[in-house]
Design a protein around this ligand. Structure first.
Ligand SMILES: Cc1cc2nc3c(=O)[nH]c(=O)nc-3n(C[C@H](O)[C@H](O)[C@H](O)COP(=O)(O)OP(=O)(O)OC[C@H]3O[C@@H](n4cnc5c(N)ncnc54)[C@H](O)[C@@H]3O)c2cc1C
Length: 429
């Protein structure tokens, strides 16, 4: 195939599947190494997932949080980028198998294919309760939220209108909390005064969590603070309630039915099928149980990193599925490959450095836990904002996002309020 023609046969061929946080960092780490790299991704863009909820809630535009992979690596001459969907790995033949394309041969393989949302064995809920992972998911959720308000404007029956104005978010991790807080602000501030037949402030935003508290990865103190901040924004929080069914008209919670036209799933995560491709041991979420040097047991030339890998810290805790962990693992794997090229040994096993835990509640509050310091409120929000702007790619995007946030901060207005790809009232989804 055309992509393979560009491979320099005199150099080892490193194939990296996935241009997310892990895959890109591994690519950068091998910038001046004597290898040829082929990046394969099923999408043509690298996505900054931490701000995906802002696209879903009409705060940012899609192009502000995603960048073409090809452009990001254009100056790295040892890289070829291919748009393609990997369907498996032939370990014996050392080939990556693709949907509809010729296999790609590799000397070293790095699988960095991430994770997706999971419905605890109830995939049939997905059409009613989309999760948030891709730009398409985000624009779909945005369409559903904005269309619900449009439909409420047409509705004359109060009970039916209330269903359109009830937004249910399932799962109170950072994504669920961020979505619920922002939808509440959308209803209370942004859309206020735009509709004639109802007051947008009458919208209900319900956050459902099966566990005993929201944001369980934070300390009880910070999680309690976040709960009070969300309640102040008008979000109803239902703790210790498991969803037993999601359907067209709403959700069922331990026998109670909650009518709602918009349901968003932020509850479960499953790794991409890397373990199945490799026939490798995996944990319950499908993450490959890798060795301390992030290789697959018995296959020193195959690495799995990021959300697709089960990596443990020195004290036996699971390294969290967050962007800094994926980046650190990508960087580490590049170091291992470079050491091997020099004939050396990989050195020390991978060691995760906790870069902190952050979550926002609406446009003014956040909680931050760096281990050595815990912050909450506005100062935490500024820290969260600065950290995210710093990690965005490109000056133009940094300025655009900073300006959008500043504008929302002072005016409450969100500019990305567009219903695209179909009108639900006319049969879209
Ligand atoms: C909504 C949301 C909010 C988040 N918020 C935060 C946050 O605030 N802070 C934080 O640190 N982390 C956050 N995370 C987690 C963080 O985004 C992940 O931990 C990180 O993206 C993992 O990096 P990765 O490289 O393993 O995978 P990803 O970044 O997911 O990249 C995987 C890549 O693999 C590609 N791919 C997948 N399957 C195939 C295939 N079969 N063939 C070809 N290509 C394939 C995908 O297209 C993608 O580009 C969030 C995640 C989500 C979904």
């Amino acid at each position: 195939m055309a992509g393979q023609m560009a491979v320099d046969p005199s150099r080892p061929h490193v194939v990296i599947v996935g241009a997310g946080f892990g895959g890109l960092e591994a690519t950068r780490g091998l910038a001046d190494a004597p290898v040829h790299i082929t990046i394969v991704d099923q999408r043509n863009h690298h996505l900054f997932q931490p701000l995906l909820y802002q696209v879903a809630t009409a705060t940012l535009a899609t192009s502000e949080i995603a960048w073409p992979v090809r452009h990001l690596v254009r100056r790295q001459e040892n890289v070829t980028t291919l748009l393609g969907s990997v369907a498996g790995v032939n370990i014996e033949a050392k080939q990556v198998m693709l949907d509809g394309e010729e296999p790609i041969a590799f000397d070293v393989l790095i699988l960095a294919t991430g994770a997706r949302h999971a419905y605890f064995g109830h995939d049939e809920w997905e059409p009613y309760a989309p999760g948030l992972k891709t730009l398409e998911d985000a624009t779909k959720i945005r369409r559903r939220i904005l269309s619900a308000f449009e439909q409420a404007e047409w509705e004359t029956d109060a009970a039916e209108r209330a269903k359109f104005l009830t937004f249910v978010v399932v799962g109170a991790g950072p994504t669920g909390v961020e979505l619920a807080g922002t939808i509440a602000e959308l209803a209370r501030d942004t859309l206020r005064g735009d509709f004639r037949n109802f007051d947008t402030r009458s919208a209900r935003v319900v956050l459902i969590e099966a566990g005993p508290r929201i944001l369980s990865s934070f300390s009880e103190d910070l999680s309690g603070y976040a709960q009070r901040a969300l309640t102040r924004l008008g979000v109803e929080i239902k703790l210790g309630r498991a969803v037993s069914k999601c359907g067209e008209g709403g959700v069922e919670l331990d026998g109670e039915f909650l009518p709602a036209k918009t349901i968003i799933w932020a509850a479960g995560v499953a790794a991409s099928p890397a373990a199945e491709w490799l026939h490798a041991p995996a944990d319950r979420a499908g993450r490959v149980l890798v060795q301390p040097d992030l290789t697959v047991p018995g296959h020193p030339n195959i690495f799995v990193i990021g959300d697709a890998a089960h990596v443990e810290t020195a004290d036996g805790k699971l390294v969290p599925g967050v962007a800094p962990a994926a980046k650190q693992e990508g960087h580490y794997v590049a170091e291992v490959i470079r050491a091997r090229l020099k004939g050396g040994s990989p050195g020390a096993p991978f060691a995760y450095r906790n870069a902190g835990n952050l979550a926002t509640i609406g446009k003014r509050e956040a909680i931050v836990d760096f281990g050595w310091i815990k912050l909450k409120g506005r100062i935490a929000w500024w820290m969260w904002g600065i950290a995210h702007i710093f990690f965005l790619i490109g000056l133009r995007n940094r300025l655009a996002v900073a300006l959008s946030w500043l504008w929302i901060y002072v005016s409450g207005q969100r500019s990305a309020r567009l219903i695209t790809q179909g009108n639900i009232r006319k049969g879209g989804n």
